[in-house]
Design a protein. Structure first.
Length: 364
């Protein structure tokens, strides 16, 4: 079955699997119980939260709040959020699609693509696989770029491609590879640089390779301001202006909504049981991060869910927004959260995932 046919069938499945009202309310009550009983979970820093749950063939979404504190406009499943680190999942799917088409190989090095800005640099030895798995030694923060952070509320506004490339050349000249370095958005930046360099009309339009994800863009939020976009708040509930990611947009600035993330996660779940996808993107890499968290070869963080098998997850914490995505191939379950404040949603996400796989009593 071709990749696009798979996506189309999954979209039709999502539309056809509308759960009964009683089941939906039962699950919502369980979520509210988690929020009420866990002191580490507080959804009040922002003004809205959208939660998506995939449980086998059933899909549930829940919306709480309004687009901003003083607004009467409710958040919806098509309201737009910046995905932050969850953007990486789209890059993984795009990489896989291009591999299927024979355009790239997971062992291809940057040198194959002959980027003039990297001429003579050790960057040319990095492979697509080492970038996705964060085995390059690139740091989470490049000191060479800190002078560009003129606006403390909009860190990446002035991060141009030229500035990032120059900083990476300097950084890799000074230090050797350190495979247990932390998760770095610059690995994903270099992956996107490769994917965008391959020009093929079968692949993508500015990174959008799933046509059914009609509310997803690798564009600044400013360009989409006529659409439903929640305000952005810090953890202290101070409103922020729209963020800009400039050249880092493909790595951490994907704009999307709950409807589209459900489609994307359904694709991940279906592909996760295919041996080629599993071996290339879901198998654990040989080394762990400095914090001891296992990473998959595709860059997913991993935890052992015991009965539910491996759980793969990504987080997208920004100053004014937070995204979370996790899925368990063995039980075909997933949780997605979008929140419009800079407060991590990973505790809530994992609590809901645990409830679905261990404590949840289905009423059907």
């Amino acid at each position: 079955m071709c990749f696009r046919t798979l996506v189309t069938l999954l979209t039709l499945t999502i539309m056809a699997s509308l759960p009964g009202r009683a089941q939906r309310l039962h699950l919502e009550n369980e979520i509210r119980k988690i929020v009420r009983l866990d002191d580490d979970i507080d959804l009040n820093q922002g003004s809205c939260t959208v939660i998506g749950i995939i449980d086998g063939d059933s899909t549930y979404t829940y919306q709480w709040g309004t687009l901003e504190h003083q607004s009467q406009s409710p958040v919806t499943d098509t309201s737009l959020f910046v995905a932050g680190g969850v953007s990486h999942a789209q890059l993984i799917l795009l990489t896989y699609h291009m591999m299927q088409l024979g355009l790239i190989n997971i062992d291809d090095s940057l040198g194959r693509f002959q980027f003039r800005e990297f001429s003579g640099s050790r960057l040319n030895t990095f492979t697509i696989g080492s970038l996705l798995s964060h085995n390059t030694g690139l740091p989470a923060i490049l000191p060479e770029l800190t002078h560009l952070k003129a606006d403390p509320d909009d860190d990446y506004k002035d991060y141009t491609e030229t500035a990032i490339d120059s900083a990476l050349v300097v950084r890799t000249k000074e230090s050797g590879p350190e495979g247990n370095r932390p998760f770095s958005h610059y690995n994903q930046y270099l992956v996107s640089k490769v994917l965008w360099a391959v020009k093929d009309k079968r692949v993508h339009d500015n990174g959008r390779m799933i046509p059914e994800m009609s509310h997803t863009w690798f564009l600044p939020l400013d360009a989409l301001k006529a659409r439903s976009i929640p305000a952005h708040y810090t953890a202290q509930q101070r409103m922020l202006s729209m963020p800009h990611f400039n050249a880092l947009t493909p790595a951490m600035g994907m704009v999307t909504c709950m409807d589209d993330l459900v489609i994307m996660t359904k694709v991940l779940l279906r592909l996760s049981v295919q041996s080629d996808f599993q071996k290339t993107f879901l198998d654990a890499r040989t080394t762990r991060t400095k914090k001891g968290i296992p990473l998959s070869k595709g860059g997913f963080r991993m935890i052992d869910g015991h009965k539910s098998g491996n759980i793969y997850f990504m987080t997208g914490l920004l100053k004014g927004e937070s995204a979370f995505l996790c899925f368990a191939p063995k039980t075909h379950t997933a949780v997605i959260i979008l929140h419009n404040a800079g407060v991590s949603q990973h505790i809530l996400g994992h609590q809901i995932m645990r409830m679905i796989n261990y404590q949840y009593t289905r009423t059907y």
